[in-house]
Design a protein around this ligand. Structure first.
Ligand SMILES: [Zn+2]
Length: 184
């Protein structure tokens, strides 16, 4: 695949590689017949070092802190799937400073509050995959997943069709969460 079909007058989302590709194809329901699959990852550079510097139209950054930032996963498991990352390029949770650890935790709490307020999530999966053996797609740069869950979200589609139904395009999700994020 790798094709990005876009309705006339709309622009495609530039893949900024803020996430970890999985085996699932994705069906973006707001744009009928729009089907995004198989985005290729740029071969060089670190996506999580690059993400904060991207200009707004393409950036999926939702909120910026002093030491950490929150960005939408380009390959979400659910709408609103956020990644909280330190700006510093480091791989291991134990390498964070006390200040980075604290702000990462506060950003994770804020992400939960913002997602609850905007989407009434029923629950969350939150966690760090440490190392590629543990499932980290970009193991070199630490990132904490915040995945909202709703009853019935893990339905037959990912299992039968290997396709996730995502009812909201990423830039709309970014704008929704960003506008609901409290000023620090
Ligand atoms: Zn990095």
């Amino acid at each position: 695949m790798g094709e990005l079909s876009t309705p006339p007058g709309d622009r495609p989302i530039t893949p900024v590689e803020t996430g970890e590709p999985d085996a699932l194809d994705r069906l973006w329901t707001p744009h009928r017949m729009t089907y995004i699959a198989g985005q290729e990852r740029p071969s060089t550079g670190c996506a999580f070092c690059r993400a904060p510097g991207l200009p707004r139209p393409d950036s999926l950054v939702v909120a910026r802190g002093t030491l950490v930032y929150a960005v939408l996963n380009l390959y979400p498991y659910n709408p609103g799937h956020l990644l909280v990352c330190p700006y510093r390029h480091l791989a291991d949770y134990t390498d964070l400073t006390v200040e980075e650890t604290a702000e990462l935790a506060v950003f994770t709490q804020t992400a939960m509050r913002v997602i609850r307020a905007t989407s009434s999530a029923h629950g969350f999966n939150i966690g760090l995959n440490q190392g590629s053996v543990a499932g980290a797609g970009i193991a070199a740069h630490l990132h904490q997943h915040v995945v909202p869950r709703w009853g019935g979200d893990a339905n037959f589609m990912p299992i039968v069709a290997r396709t996730k139904i995502l009812p909201q395009v990423l830039t709309e999700t970014r704008d929704l969460l960003s506008s609901a994020w409290p000023a620090s």
